[in-house]
Design a protein around this ligand. Structure first.
Ligand code: GLV
Ligand code: MN
Ligand code: MN
Length: 414
């Protein structure tokens, strides 16, 4: 352990609060949707800080930003660390931002100490991690890791039909570097837990051993539009009533696969959405998560059966399309051990934990040894403007990140 190294928790907190001014919401959170003008502002603020810290900046064709601190042997594959600056529509100040600014704080602290690492370090800002404006999530890291091809990434549309490629060009972040296809020595990502476990267990640091799998669906229910007055109840093919029963089924599938399953419908569109017309079409999304792939598959079967049964009983048609999937993803044994060793070495109360959320680390784990550092957040609440974390916990997580990065950058696997 590089015992003389210490991060500056106050500087990290000040940077977080400065970034949080961009897209600040009334309830104290952030709305900085991917590739919006506010996202551009956040990106520019980060780039300015990284340049002041002596980093060179590169932007790839997916708009991912890499701020590089040279290594003693600059030809070695870099150790990457970072996360995302985009937020949910009613997002918080820490989801993603902590990982980016913790990476920057690592670089600043190494500079303060005049500490050179063997391998270079790059702090990365991934494009569109949230997938709220442009589904699916983790698209920048997904293209980097070769999970999606570049054309798929650039073509993802928002609800208005604007694509990632168009919006990258508009905000000046359509970079010229190839996306991915280069060796990465290791990837570390710091993040708030976004769940209640660390707080409940009174642990400061979560040593993330992997992430649970996810299956996302797009479901379209089709019935028949008809007049709300003259059409008797017995003659209706009401797509919204069918969708409501299916949404209830989704919720029940989550409960039936307790304690680890999660099942959410977070997006729905009713057509024509007119008060006195029986809805003819409903589009909604499903987000299933579970740490075991076999259970995710079982949930998939129940979902398809339930939707077909409900549609048949209501005279409706239903199309269940799987939209996105990644399996449960274990992280790299040695990188996880580096995080655990750093937490233990500094005396922080810590525990192993599985990530309930998706993270860019999930895709990076396919192309580089990867691990994550979690810190608690207040009441386990995230994707909410009230999302909160304690400065001392964030500082501890950043400190662990620093030690894990230095351990790896100074003992590169050649
Ligand atoms: C990312 O925010 C997720 O949905 O897990
Ligand atoms: Mn996040
Ligand atoms: Mn998020």
């Amino acid at each position: 352990m590089a015992t003389n190294l210490k991060i500056d928790g106050d500087r990290l907190w000040r940077s977080l609060m400065e970034m949080a001014k961009i897209g600040a919401t009334e309830k104290g959170g952030n709305c900085r949707l991917a590739l919006s003008d506010l996202d551009r502002e956040g990106r520019q603020l980060f780039i300015g800080w990284a340049q002041q810290a002596g980093c060179t900046i590169g932007v790839d064709r997916m708009g991912n930003i890499f701020a590089r601190r040279a290594g003693r042997n600059d030809a070695l594959p870099p150790v990457l660390t970072g996360s995302h600056l985009d937020t949910q529509p009613t997002g918080g100040r820490f989801d993603g931002v902590f990982g980016v600014l913790a990476g920057l704080e690592v670089v600043r602290s190494l500079n303060d100490a005049g500490f050179e690492t063997e391998a270079p370090i790059e702090v990365v800002v991934w494009t569109n991690e949230e997938g709220s404006r442009f589904p699916p999530p983790m698209i920048g890291s997904g293209v980097f890791a070769g999970v999606f091809d570049l054309a798929y990434g650039l073509d993802r549309p928002d609800l208005e039909g604007k694509t990632i490629g168009q919006e990258l060009a508009r905000i000046g972040f359509a970079g010229d570097r190839p996306c991915g296809g280069r060796p990465v020595g290791a990837y570390f990502e710091a993040h708030i837990e976004q769940g209640p476990i660390l707080e409940a267990e009174a642990k400061t640091v979560g040593v993330v051993t992997g992430a649970q799998g996810q299956r996302w669906y797009e479901i379209t229910v089709t019935g028949q539009e008809a007049h709300a007055g003259p059409t008797p109840m017995t003659r209706r093919r009401d797509a919204l009533v069918g969708a409501a029963r299916m949404i209830d089924a989704v919720n029940r599938i989550g409960h039936d696969h307790a304690p680890y399953a999660c099942a959410t419908v977070g997006f729905a569109q009713v057509s024509p959405n007119s008060r006195n017309t029986i809805p003819g079409k409903v589009f909604f999304t499903v987000d299933f998560r579970h740490p075991a792939d076999a259970t995710l598959s079982a949930m998939d079967r129940v979902l398809r059966d339930d939707c077909a049964r409900i549609a048949a009983a209501s005279g409706l048609e239903v199309d269940v399309k799987e939209f996105w999937y990644f399996p449960p993803t274990p992280f790299d044994h040695d990188c996880v051990a580096a995080v655990r060793g750093a937490a233990a070495g500094a005396g922080y109360p810590h525990m192993d934990i599985i990530s309930g959320a998706g993270h860019d680390a999930v895709y990076m784990a396919r192309v580089a040894p990867t691990a994550m550092v979690f810190v608690p957040c207040e009441n386990g609440i995230s994707h909410n403007e009230v999302e909160n974390a304690r400065p001392e916990d964030l500082a501890a997580g950043c400190d662990v990140l620093l030690q894990a990065i230095v351990a790896r950058a100074n003992a590169p696997v050649r």
